[in-house]
Design a protein around this ligand. Structure first.
Ligand SMILES: Cc1ncc(C[n+]2csc(CCOP(=O)(O)OP(=O)(O)O)c2C)c(N)n1
Length: 306
């Protein structure tokens, strides 16, 4: 496949994620979405670039900011919207909501509201893969804030000690809720993997899905042992919810505009025009499926809950 075809295919995936989230923004005031949402707008390039080289049999664990990875890994769009609408046809019968998406049929193992929880889950799965002799790559996706949790360090140590096939993907969007990196961290994330002897790659242009794909693929080509990838990216919307929050005082919209200048989904208007109508049609179908799906039955309230 030519470079141009690769670009177009990944552009389509990234645009689909953005338009799905823009539809969520439109729908949100109507209160039909029964879930808090942590949007990935601005961060789609990382998800698309990382997932491009993964097989369905490779496993990925995400955070509560999981829409982009759910879709990039191949999760079903209809059961995604049904889940957000709290319907029985949702991927978890309407009980999981936006923060706990999963699509194990395509290796999207799950998400959690607990910061950093994707990390030990992935390490455990990597240990299982190693013991069962499976040819699998296991990916943990987490934010820069997750590196402040103790379990992050315990997991890196364990993965290095046992030489596990796990890829730590840190999406560094510069903020945890309203706190900038410089106010929270006395260390540089880039220096931490070396403490455990884990190879580190920094991907500077997180919006550039082609670059993310290329650099990620190169970094994980050697399948033995853990790897650490830091992707520099940007969250456009508020931490949780669908609004802009530049009035909140912890960042300015100047950096947002700087980010937009590098964002192919903003810059390549010709391709947006070409792809948008069909994607919007697919999204409308999925929303309609969700809206016409039944609510879960009261007697199923505790089913699958442990
Ligand atoms: C263990 C734990 N501590 C605190 C929180 C509250 N919390 C939710 S999101 C968040 C910020 C995390 O930021 P980061 O890891 O950088 O991810 P981002 O939201 O930027 O994607 C915090 C502190 C939580 N959910 N879990």
């Amino acid at each position: 496949m030519s470079g141009d075809e690769d670009y177009k295919r990944m552009f389509h995936q990234a645009l689909r994620i953005r338009l799905v989230e823009e539809r969520i923004i439109d729908l949100y005031p109507s209160d039909r979405i029964q879930s808090p949402v942590h949007l990935s707008i601005g961060q789609e390039g990382a998800a698309v670039g990382v997932c491009n080289g993964l097989r369905d049999t490779d496993l990925l664990f995400g955070s509560y900011r999981g829409h982009a990875y759910y879709l990039a890994k191949g999760g079903d769009l209809k059961s995604f919207f049904a889940e957000l609408f709290g319907r029985a046809t949702g991927m978890a019968g309407g009980k999981a909501g936006s923060m706990h998406l999963a699509a194990p049929d395509v290796g999207f193992q799950g998400c959690s509201a607990v910061v950093a929880s994707s990390i030990p889950h992935a390490v455990g799965a990597a240990l299982a893969a190693r013991r069962l002799g499976k040819d699998q790559r296991i990916v943990a996706v987490f934010g820069d804030g997750a590196t402040e949790e103790g379990v992050f360090h315990e997991s890196l140590n364990f993965a290095a000690l046992h030489d596990l096939p796990v890829v730590f993907v840190c999406e560094n969007n510069g903020y945890a809720v309203h706190a900038a990196l410089s106010a929270r961290q006395a260390y540089s994330i880039s220096k931490l993997p070396a403490v455990y002897g884990i190879p580190y790659t920094r991907i500077e242009e997180g919006a550039d899905f082609v670059a993310v794909d290329k650099e990620f693929t190169t970094a994980v080509a050697d399948t033995t042992g853990p790897k650490f990838i830091e992707i520099m990216t940007y969250r456009s919307k508020e931490h949780v919810g669908v609004a802009d929050d530049f009035h909140a005082g912890y960042r300015t919209d100047v950096e947002f505009r700087d980010w937009q200048a590098k964002d192919p989904l903003v810059q390549d208007t010709a391709l947006v025009e070409e792809y948008q109508p069909a994607i919007e049609g697919e999204i409308s179908e999925a929303v309609n499926f969700a809206e016409t799906s039944p609510l879960p039955a009261p007697e199923d309230l505790l089913a699958d809950v442990i």
